[in-house]
Each structure stands twice: as structure tokens, then as C-alpha cells.
Design a protein around this ligand. Structure first.
Ligand code: MG
Length: 360
């Protein structure tokens, strides 16, 4: 059997925005241009009112290029918290309806509607979302922008195919630990610490930022700050933020493998960059590409969903139908640019241009 293959760019073109809010289509305004106009001090994070303001501004510009106005938004995503907040904040500007799904194969298919958002436990329920929009008379036409989240939505569907996306990140973290030149015991300690520091208990300290988690795990792996001490200091409230952690580290000599990475992350945090450990994210980009369309067509679908990142056909079909009705289809994601695009001067497709298999 030959699997179907496609690139999201066939639907989106370069109407795609990664974390840095710089549209891939150079005709559209991005953070550097909008910064002054919208009075933004730093890059706004997904789900904040400033993020919504910037996105509405970018969508309106995309509509102008098509000779249309922006009057309605439809949003497809995978996380209640992040995507839910983004939908709510965009709803302050324009009428919006959202669909948020995570595949949970156990139990009957269910969709509940709350605050203009349909929450579903199957991606297949997107068809019901389309019916709901129609029944409600919510327009999907030339004035509508359909925002499609990329990570774990348009590809790597949450709960069904999100494993390989996470695996790419873990592999990149381990590559970073290896590349820092430590002994095998460093890699072993790194793995343990990385697993522990991903626990939500540490969120006040890591701010759920993977760059922070990976760097802190590496520091403990080198025992520049042993994990047992970090654990105690976080629990006892002696170490409240990652910035404090960097300050403590800055006052002591660091192992050779950490010196460059410390400089990189410290400078990034200092300038308010939400992706301060770019070395790690560039490895994540390579590890992600390594999980796209690698298995032969003879492979079973279950094996592909476990090992490879694929396009979510339900999302593809919803977007294709909306496009046929004249809607703007726009890719929006919090995935860091450095984890999604080739490093300057290097080859490789941006993730929205990578050819992936398409399967449910
Ligand atoms: Mg997502």
C-alpha cells in the first residue's frame, strides 16, 4: 500500500507563523513591524491579549492581500489551556468558534460545547464541529480566517500521533547532553533529571519552558548543582525562579561542558527571548525531520503513528473544505522557529513545507 503524502504548504502556502510571530510570507507584517505600532515591549506569548492583537493584525493583512476583510475566526487546536486562552483572547476582537481535540481511544466519542468552543476526545469529531457551525449559521466564507495550530494539531495529532513529537525533543535534549562532552554517567544523570524536572511540581521554577528544563537537567547531570539539592531548594522555596538559578550559577566556576551553554541561555533570558537555548532547539529541528516520512510504505499504520510525525487527515479535510468556501487558512503555532526552520545557511525544509505521510 502506498501512503498519501502532502506538505502543509499546499494548503497554507507561507501563511504560517511560528513562535517569533514573524510570518513566513514576507508580505505580511510581523513582530518587528508590529512592535511599535502595537506598543509591545517584548514578544507576546500565546494566549495573552497582546498576542491576540498581533495575530488579528497579521490575519487582517493576509485578508487584504486576498482582497477580503476579516470578519470571523475559526480556530482548531489541541490544548485546553493554551489554545483555549488564545481563542478567548481572539474572541475579544472578532466572533470566533473553536475546536479543541485530544484523541482518547478509551470510551465513547464525545464532544461538549462550552463558550463557543467544542472540546472533543476524537479528531474525527471535527466533522461534527463543521455541522455545528452550519447549524448555528456561523459563516465560513471569504471573511473567515481558519487558524490551524500546527504542533499536535495539523501534524502529530495529540493523543494519537504526538509521541514522535515528544520523542524528537527528548532525543534533542540527549544529543545536547552528549555534545557537551560529559562522561556516560553525565548522560545517565541527565536522563533522570530531565524526567524529574518535567514534572508540573517544578513549573514555578521552570515556567514549563523546555529550554529551562533541559539546561537545569544538564547542570544537575554535571553536578554543578546536584539534583537532590535543586529538589530541596525548589520545594523549600529557596530557589523560586530560573533567573535566580542562573544568578547562583554565575557566581561559581562551571564545568567546561556548560560554559558556552550557560552564556547562551543567560544572554537569551536577559533579552527576554522565550527560546533562549537555541543550540537545543536546532537539534530538535534535526530530530523532528528525522521522524518525518522515514518508514517504507510496507509499514503498518500503527507503527507509523508511533515512529513518524504525520499530517492529521481530519484537520486537512476541514481546512480544504473551508478553503473551497473561500476562507483564509492560516497556520499558527507556538513551536519555536529554531525547532521548525533550518538554521541560517543550512539546508532543510521548514516544517510546514516538509512532505509527510497523511494518515488517521
Ligand atoms: Mg498544539
Amino acid at each position: 500500500m502506498a501512503y498519501r503524502r502532502a506538505a502543509l504548504s499546499e494548503l497554507l502556502g507561507d501563511f504560517v507563523v511560528y513562535r517569533n510571530l514573524c510570518p513566513m510570507d514576507p508580505r505580511l507584517p510581523g513582530f518587528p513591524e508590529l512592535r511599535e505600532e502595537l506598543g509591545l515591549k517584548a514578544l507576546p506569548r500565546k494566549g495573552t491579549p497582546d498576542y491576540a492583537r498581533a495575530v488579528v493584525r497579521i490575519l487582517a493583512a493576509a485578508q487584504r492581500l486576498r482582497g477580503s476583510e476579516l470578519s470571523h475566526i475559526v480556530y482548531i487546536g489541541d490544548t485546553r489551556h493554551n489554545d483555549g486562552r488564545t481563542i478567548a483572547s481572539l474572541g475579544e476582537f472578532l466572533p470566533i468558534r473553536g475546536f479543541i481535540a485530544a484523541e482518547a481511544p478509551e470510551g465513547a466519542p464525545e464532544a461538549e460545547i462550552s463558550g463557543g468552543v467544542m472540546f472533543a476526545n476524537r479528531w474525527g469529531l471535527l466533522a461534527r464541529f463543521a455541522e455545528w457551525l452550519e447549524k448555528e449559521g456561523f459563516p465560513v466564507d471569504g471573511g473567515t480566517a481558519v487558524i490551524v495550530d500546527l504542533d499536535k494539531t495539523a501534524f502529530g495529532a495529540r493523543g494519537r500521533n504526538s509521541g514522535p513529537i515528544d520523542a524528537a525533543r527528548v532525543a534533542a535534549a540527549e544529543r545536547l547532553a552528549e555534545a557537551s562532552g560529559g562522561e556516560p554517567s553525565v548522560l545517565q544523570r541527565f536522563r533522570e533529571a530531565y524526567r524529574e524536572l518535567n514534572d508540573p511540581v517544578y513549573h514555578p521554577f521552570t515556567a514549563d519552558n523546555q529550554d529551562f528544563v533541559v539546561f537545569a537537567a544538564l547542570v544537575t547531570a554535571y553536578e554543578a548543582y546536584p539534583l537532590s539539592r535543586l529538589r530541596a531548594d525548589v520545594v523549600e522555596g529557596k530557589l523560586r525562579t530560573f533567573t535566580e538559578f542562573l544568578e547562583v550559577l554565575g557566581k561559581r566556576p562551571l564545568p567546561r561542558g556548560l560554559v558556552e551553554l550557560y552564556r547562551e541561555i543567560e544572554e537569551g533570558v536577559h533579552r527576554g527571548d522565550p527560546t533562549p537555548l537555541k543550540t537545543f532547539r536546532r537539534l530538535e529541528y534535526r530530530e523532528t525531520l528525522a521522524r518525518i516520512d522515514r518508514l517504507p510504505d510496507a509499514s503498518l499504520p500503527g507503527e507509523i503513528l508511533r515512529e513518524e510525525i504525520v499530517i492529521t487527515p481530519e484537520v486537512w479535510e476541514f481546512a480544504t473544505e473551508a478553503e473551497a468556501k473561500g476562507a483564509l487558512i492560516f497556520g499558527l503555532t507556538d513551536k519555536p522557529d529554531e525547532a521548525s526552520l533550518p538554521p541560517p545557511g543550512e539546508s532543510g525544509p521548514p516544517l510546514h513545507r516538509a512532505r509527510m505521510k497523511v494518515l488517521p
